[in-house]
Design a protein around this ligand. Structure first.
Ligand code: SF4
Ligand code: SF4
Ligand code: SF4
Length: 336
């Protein structure tokens, strides 16, 4: 596979040229006074820090419902965020012609709920720090897809910690052509390697009930999940989440009711809705005020289902989401 080695400042210069030409926007991470931020840049500063070791939310939610074709956006995100972005383009939730979205190698992330830490600036030191810190989120500990191999391009470290830009699509190639260095074969050994998906989830309805009895139905998990995108969600209605007179009527009609109502149905419906496209990012768990181990369930159940269809969400732009296709000879063992 071919790529270009990024020399000092090349990436910023390249982005600057493209964004000035197109009057576009950069969507990436940066650090300011030791605070890591997700940012949209209309004007580029001299230096940007693209690696963000703190996870707040899957940033692809900010690209959801970008339909304008006239705006150009370059997004440089983590692999799980880029994968969610790719899924959203398939679900017609983003106009992909407006966006060039690439993935940066990821060393794992720490929850934003943890107290402040001073993370090393140098990428190799950051990787060592994260690996030895014991702070890395559960979603990252079991993540099997940390490599920058998703989206329109990848930014990847080799064993010498040189950074490489690798185009995967024609859109990625637009930026690639602007990078001043020579196109060459990328080194065989890269720093972040594919690892076996280590989801250890086992189905247990009693454990599920116990974990979810703390749920207060705040719906944060739905709102912060990148691939849970229905505009008219059932759970925004009084039918599924009754309040006030609607709730009193329900009790008069149906008898004693536990509150909040419909907790299990909510999570089952959500699981069904995201099961094909869940990227295992743990954004739902990060947003949960009740510390419910959502990643375990959502990544676990989705991973099993995706395995049946041999489907990895966000792997590429062309592969159709299994539920959106029909193949006559699919899953023969499921027939009578
Ligand atoms: S889930 Fe994977 S790609 Fe996403 S932040 Fe964690 S390690 Fe990185
Ligand atoms: S269900 Fe949770 S882990 Fe899966 S994509 Fe949504 S936020 Fe990420
Ligand atoms: S974020 Fe947590 S408490 Fe809120 S609805 Fe989801 S699981 Fe329940």
């Amino acid at each position: 596979m071919k790529g270009k080695r990024i020399e000092n400042g090349d990436l910023i210069k390249t982005l600057d040229v493209y964004l000035k030409e197109t009057r576009g926007i950069l969507f990436a991470f940066d650090v300011e006074n030791k605070n890591y931020k997700t940012k949209m840049f209309k004007e580029l500063p001299k230096d940007i820090r693209f690696l963000n070791p703190i996870f707040y939310v899957n940033s692809s939610i900010y690209l959801r419902r970008v339909f304008s074709e006239s705006i150009k956006i370059v997004a440089i995100l983590r692999p799980c965020e880029t994968r969610a972005y790719v899924e959203l383009t398939k679900l017609s939730q983003i106009e992909s012609r407006s966006v060039i979205c690439g993935s940066f190698d990821c060393f794992g992330t720490v929850s934003s709920k943890k107290e402040d830490f001073s993370f090393p600036y140098d990428p190799r030191e950051l990787k060592v720090f994260l690996e030895s810190s014991g702070l890395v989120r559960y979603a990252c500990q079991v993540c099997g897809h940390k490599e920058g191999i998703f989206g329109d391009f990848g930014l990847r470290y080799d064993k010498e910690w040189n950074l490489w830009f690798i185009p995967y699509t024609e859109r990625g190639r637009v930026l690639f052509d602007l990078i001043p260095s020579e196109e060459t074969e990328i080194p065989f050994e890269l720093e972040v390697k594919e690892k076996k998906d280590e989801t250890t989830f086992k189905t247990s309805l009693s454990e599920f009930r116990k974990d979810f009895e703390r749920c207060i139905m705040c719906l944060n998990c739905k709102n912060m999940c990148p691939v849970c995108f229905c505009v008219d969600c059932l759970f925004n209605t009084l039918e599924y989440l009754p309040k006030g007179d609607e709730l009193i009527n329900t009790i008069l009609r149906c008898g004693n009711t536990e509150l909040p109502k419909n907790v299990e149905i909510y999570h089952f419906i959500r699981m069904y809705h995201v099961s094909q496209t869940c990227v295992g990012c743990g954004s739902c768990e990060e947003a949960c005020p009740q510390s419910i181990p959502l990643t375990k369930y959502f990544k676990g159940i989705s991973g099993r289902l995706q395995g049946i269809f041999d489907y990895l969400p966000g792997k590429n732009f062309d592969e159709k989401i299994p539920y959106t296709t029909f193949k006559e000879d699919e899953l023969p063992y499921a027939e009578d």
